[in-house]
Design a binder for this molecule. Structure first.
Ligand code: T1G
Length: 694
């Protein structure tokens, strides 16, 4: 047998075991090992049944994504599944962990399936811009019915083994996988059960033949959730052919549709994003094998919007937190907002009805910072001024136990300054959550100049534990995300003086796939925040200031760059704003002009990419893909476009450098000139991705 697949005999049952860490992905070696194992067991006269199982933490978690784009190696997954399905002896899949993608498709090609209660199954290929390409679109509808199948395939959601058993995809839930699967195999043989093939069982399709709206509804729902994504709609189409094409032909159609997606731009970007997210959690520049500190108790300081959202993130992950405020009133208000949030989510079915009580039960509200004394991790989320943060960290130094990690949620203040308020700068770092903190997945882990490696690894581990996506960044104004956002915002601001209106600028980005443009974002966050900060720094911005002077702070006042109807968050263009812009620019003696969408797009996108290149030059980000992860999970960058640096490589750095130079001259703004790193890569015909290869 092969290195990664073993075959042994337990009496009349052959056990084919895949052992290919970390997730038993279907690499060429694994496929060959299973193929050979099943073939030789089928030929062995003493073998009456075959069990396919996996060592390690999970059943096969899918095709080996690292092999995509490389020349295919035989046997393909289809051949392996065909070998199993046509085997003259019953083949039973023994599932634990997460049987996903090609792994679940292989299990569906088996004659029977058993699983542990904790196991999960799913066809998440759409998350990679693909669809199940090894028969899943045809076997799953025959196992569970087309309606449940198309929903699972179009969303990529996993389901638990008990639910899958109830629906007909799993035959038995076993307590002990090895003995349970073997006993099940012996029972099948003893009872002379038929070699049941899903391809031959159309009984669950009949009901849906009359109602094909299940496919259009599933696709429409997916489209609503992931605007612009091709895979969900194509996957729904593939599943629908289970009703109108014979099995073999529908498999062929599935293959064609799969190949089209696999070779398309969207899947390349989504597969890149899959690995980029995992790469980001690997902290560069810490000694190999650095372990994180034990975190058994967490305290959060500040029950405001951010502190409350962070507390909810821990509670959502089932982790108890102590939430500390300076007074009962503030604490009560903060807990009240969380309770309201949970109740609203439960009311719309987002979480179980009993979840609000359970999760609020994990959040212990107390008054007084001395309550941090037992915490292993303390996250400060108080008012965003350096003076207050310094005061808090001075107290943390006094009350926190030795070895506690002291994290600030600041979105741009200097962590090194804050760390100086303590005798333990090695324990201080940033955990920059994005608002709303209980929803947004990104957490920028800000590394201070003295932050200890194990403190960093601790913060990364905790972020992953609360289902966040951690990215380690360096100290600078705005770290990675907000620094690039500021570069983009500076250009957007100029467009209003030059001739564009907020709605034109925002539409250019929403057409690209961003959830909203800079002006709608400003209205959402509140224009008064920027206004106050400009006044503190003595900076004038005539149009933005005039808008705030008119009391238009954005959604919170029903008017900002846009107007908002009562109870609606939809931004509506406001003629008042057009008038205000005209008047302000006329007073300034400016002549506005028609701006093209292309110019607006390039002058929003390329300065942002240029700032990303500066961030790499200054080593504020460890790798270009980290910058992409920040934008994918912190700002809703469309997953099918990979991230700003991935996108820049797809445009070509030469073109971007040329356009930046052009705009630098056209707008007399030397800061737009391509930064040396971008210029060098462009001149050498290289990509940002080439930096990651070292
Ligand atoms: N191929 C290659 N490597 C994979 C992999 C895969 N399918 N899945 C995970 N890894 C690596 C991952 O990069 C990381 O590596 C390590 O395993 C642990 O992953 C024909 C074509 C299984 C739920 O989409 O959802 O089948 O960083 O950090 O949080 O129709 O991994 O340690 O070096 O995510 O415990 C379909 C993708 C493929 C499943 C485990 N399958 N994987 O989560 O660990 S397409 C998927 C996951 C397909 C067929 C089609 C998760 C997980 P490293 P991790 P985790």
């Amino acid at each position: 047998m092969s290195q990664v697949v073993k075959m042994e005999r337990h009496g009349e049952v052959a056990i084919v075991t895949v052992d290919s860490p970390p997730v038993n992905a279907l690499s060429a070696a694994v496929r060959k090992g299973i193929f050979d194992g099943v073939k030789s067991a089928a030929a062995d006269p003493d073998v009456k049944a075959i069990v396919v199982t996996c060592a390690g933490r999970t059943f096969i978690a899918g095709a080996d994504i690292t092999e995509f784009g490389k020349p295919p190696q035989q046997p393909g997954l289809h051949e392996v599944i065909d070998e199993i399905e046509k085997c003259p002896k019953p083949v039973i899949a023994a599932i634990h962990g997460t049987a996903l993608g090609g792994g679940f498709e292989l299990a569906l090609g088996c004659h029977y399936r058993v699983a542990t209660k904790e196991a999960k199954v799913g066809l998440p290929e759409v998350k990679l811009g693909l669809l199940p390409g090894a028969g899943g679109t045809q076997r799953l509808p025959r196992a569970v019915g087309p309606e449940m199948a198309v929903k699972m395939i179009v969303t990529g959601d996993f389901i638990g083994a008990p639910e899958a058993a109830k629906a007909g995809a799993i035959d038995e839930i076993v307590d002990n996988l090895a003995s349970g699967a073997e006993a099940f195999a012996k029972k099948i043989v003893a009872e002379k059960k038929p070699l049941r093939k899903l391809r031959d069982d159309d009984s669950k399709l009949a009901a849906a033949k009359a109602d094909r709206s299940i496919f259009t509804n599933a696709a429409a729902a997916a489209n609503k959730k992931g605007r612009g994504l091709e895979a969900p709609v194509t996957a729904a189409e593939a599943v629908s052919h289970s009703l109108d094409q014979p099995f073999e032909q529908a498999l062929k159609t599935e293959r064609e549709l799969f190949t089209k997606l696999m070779n398309g731009e969207q899947s390349k970007a989504q597969r890149y994003a899959f690995f980029a997210e995992r790469e980001a959690a690997k902290v560069a520049g810490v000694p190999e094998g650095t372990k994180g500190r034990d975190v058994k108790s967490v305290a959060i300081i500040g029950a405001g919007t951010m502190g409350g959202g962070i507390a909810m993130s821990f509670a959502n992950a089932g982790i108890p937190v102590t939430l500390i405020e300076t007074g009962d009133e503030q604490l009560k208000r903060g807990l009240g907002i969380m309770q309201k949030n949970y109740d609203a989510t439960a009311a719309r079915g987002g979480i179980p009805a009993d979840a609000p009580a359970k999760r609020m039960g994990l959040i212990k509200g107390v008054v007084g910072i001395e309550n941090v004394k037992d915490a292993d991790l303390i996250i400060e989320a108080v008012f965003e001024t350096m003076a207050i943060k310094k005061e808090v960290f001075g107290k943390l130094d006094q009350y926190a136990k030795k070895g506690a990690v002291l994290a600030t949620n600041t979105s741009y203040l200097n962590i090194n300054e804050i760390a100086k308020m303590t005798q333990r700068p090695q324990d201080v770092l940033g955990m920059h959550f994005f608002s709303p903190a209980n929803v947004m997945k990104l957490c920028e882990i800000v590394r201070g100049e003295k932050t200890a490696p194990d403190a960093l690894v601790t913060a990364v581990n905790v972020a992953k534990k609360i289902a966040k996506v951690p990215v380690v960044v360096g100290v600078c104004d705005g770290f990675v995300g907000n620094r690039m956002l500021a570069a983009r915002g500076k250009q957007a601001e100029k467009f209003l003086f030059e001739g564009a209106l907020p709605q034109q600028v925002d539409a250019v980005l929403t057409k690209f796939g961003m959830p909203m443009g800079p002006f709608a974002m400003g209205d959402l966050a509140g224009l008064d925040i920027g206004w106050r900060s400009r006044k503190d720094r003595g900076i004038k911005s005539e149009i933005a200031d005039a808008i705030c002077e008119a009391g238009r702070f954005g959604q919170k006042t029903g008017k900002g760059y846009y107007k908002y109807e009562q109870g609606s968050r939809a931004p509506l263009p406001d003629p008042e704003i057009e008038k205000l812009i005209e008047e302000t620019t006329t007073k300034m003696g400016l002549k506005r002009r028609q701006m093209s969408d292309d110019e607006i797009f390039e002058r929003l996108m390329y300065p942002m990419i240029n700032e990303g290149a500066r961030i790499l030059e200054e080593k504020i980000a460890q790798r270009p893909s980290d910058i992409d992860v920040v934008w994918l999970y912190g700002y809703g960058w469309p997953i099918y476009r990979g991230g700003p640096m991935f996108y820049a490589d797809s445009v070509g750095l030469k073109k971007i450098a040329e356009r930046l130079s052009f705009y630098a001259k056209q707008t007399n703004d030397p800061s737009l000139e391509p930064t040396p790193l971008l210029k060098k890569l462009a001149d050498e015909g290289k990509t940002f991705a080439s930096l990651a290869k070292g």
